[in-house]
Design a protein. Structure first.
Lengths: 337, 337
DNA sequence: TTGTAGGCGTTATCAT
DNA sequence: ATGATAACGCCTACAA
């Protein structure tokens, strides 16, 4: 039951406290040249009227709205919400708000949203793609700085923030080697994903540095699904490939892997260690045993995106693709043999 | 590389087309009393300058910002994103934008966000709780209408939109009966969730109308986890309870159920049909067989929330708890025996 | 220390 | 049909 009364304005506060709007403004904003008594009186009046400054009006004169746009195509929010939270933290939730728009993978809708956001005079834009591959730029010469997160822009003049997938591949292998594994297979998703290729490359490189090669001698590309994890694992077992660890390209694949291993009477991590990717909690914690996984640090991605935007507000925005490190979350599926 | 130039104003457009700002405004907004020639000239000028109206300034005079606040505690976005999309659709994405704030379950932060949103003069508020149980009201006498979605407000004077859980319970049972099942068990989550109780009640009521009772004679409450689904199912099997269908309280529980059934050498849906709840795609489609599930229609929840807000903008806002129907998505896990 | 005045970009009212 | 002008709520010179 809203009290449908017009919110108090600075004018109201000024009148109640018997000063001018200018003085009231100064008093409330902590500017100088206001007597303590006046300041207190104004404060009290504002309190009584439950005055809350109109950020729009403020933005109109300041030339800054304190809003940023988050343009996503991530229908589930799995990417955009952590990124949004990271951005909130970096900006300070009280000074910057986020307008979230979901384009639902539709370029037309994306254009619509972009125009709306610009029309609302957001101070900056974060574009989150649905898959970690280059996506079309939303355009150069926009009146506000833009940072691409997760999915880089295809235009090298744009600034993009992505996970360092090569390093992530190395990270996964290093961990498995550290827990004593030597016969490591890599089951991952769709080979058309650059991220899948990068992680595979990192994995191979790291193995090489340890004088090792992939079990089965090749990366098992397939789909980002549990089913693929299952069938690829079965394939490995049927071919009697010696394996003591499987590095999966996603947590879902890892679930399929574990399922197939269990089905074959093998123990995890006793016989075979399993490492996932994404660190998606609903998968990692409900898996048996709990799944070790690589986290892409999406909150950090959001935080850095915000920092880059802040830097861009004064001075210039960088360009190119910036790679951010992933981190490994060890759980029971990869304890030492 | 942003073109750091001040965006064109209506003033610029007016000057370029040689008319007054008033005329330019009318021309661009399709108002009457503008000659076709003038209108065209203004249009062209706006085009040339890439003019985009400043929504802030517009909102200042109109007394409406065209923004609504979505206050959530849903860390994963699983609830808020669909609700946001529904709201976007109902409002029209071009006339209303959504400010998304995640309180992360922290009341202090929620208060902060609330103040920020009000200060930005959002036209209305949608509050999305993290679990489907009553939550504290964010306060009465707010200057804008508020609708609670998913989690109702504890204050009956607020307007809340929730899923009709009792009906959903009936719906699930009806479906299972329709595909020929008679010995139906119900494995669900934490009994402290009102939603779990409601669904269980609906299930029992519907069974009764078919002259049936729950297999095992009682609802199996536990946790919202795959592990519970697994152990509850094993329990049923150990007790030799005759079962030809299991209605799970969540898709995750359902996964555990299927897992345990398979482990016992039973076929799904051949021996036992399994029905989930939430229709969370990552679970339903990757399950073997694909999982039938009940969808809470979150987009609809968001759409209706938006409609209620729109209605509240003129006239009064309702109050109380409005129940919205769920729908059943049949997949292979519940095909006829 | 305080108040007056101008302007941020738009729209609406009222002359012309 | 067009244009001048006054809001909208706020801030910031500058004047008093």
């Amino acid at each position: 039951m809203p009290a449908e009364q017009r919110p108090a304005t600075l004018h109201d506060v000024a009148r109640l406290s018997g000063v001018s709007v200018a003085t009231a403004s100064k008093a409330l904003n902590g500017r100088e040249h206001v007597s303590a008594a006046t300041r207190e009186a104004v404060r009290k009046a504002a309190e009584m009227l439950a005055y809350s400054p109109n950020t729009l009006a403020r933005g109109l004169v300041a030339g800054r709205t304190g809003m940023i746009g988050l343009l996503t195509s991530d229908l589930e929010g799995r990417l955009s919400i952590p990124i949004l939270m990271g951005a909130e933290d970096a900006f300070g939730a009280d000074r910057t708000s986020v307008l979230l728009c979901d384009a639902r993978g539709d370029a037309i809708r994306e254009g619509h949203h972009l125009r709306t956001l610009l029309s609302r005079r957001v101070d900056g834009l974060i574009v989150v793609g649905a898959r970690p591959d280059p996506r079309p730029s939303i355009g150069r010469d926009l009146p506000v700085p833009v940072v691409y997160a997760y999915a880089p822009s295809a235009d090298p003049d744009d600034l993009s923030l992505v996970s360092d997938n090569v390093a992530a591949g190395r990270l996964g292998i290093r961990h498995l080697v550290e827990v004593g594994r030597r016969r490591i297979a890599h089951i991952t998703g769709d080979p058309s994903y650059g991220a899948a290729q990068d992680r595979a490359r990192g994995a191979r490189d790291e193995l090489a540095e340890h004088g090792l090669r992939l079990a089965g001698d090749r990366v098992l590309f397939g789909a980002w699904s549990e089913a693929w994890g299952r069938s690829a694992t079965r394939m490995l077992l049927t071919q009697r490939t010696a394996v003591d660890a499987i590095f999966a390209g996603s947590d879902q694949i890892a679930r399929g892997v574990i399922d197939a291993l269990h089905g074959a009477g093998l123990e995890v991590p006793g016989d075979v260690a399993v490492l996932g990717f994404d660190n998606w909690e609903i998968f990692t914690t409900s898996s048996t045993p709990p799944l070790s996984s690589i986290d892409m640090n999406l909150e950090t991605l959001g935080r850095v995106a915000a920092e880059r935007l802040l830097a861009a507000f004064d001075g210039r925005l960088g360009s190119g693709v910036e790679q951010l490190p992933c981190r490994l979350i060890p759980r029971e599926s990869t304890t030492a043999a």
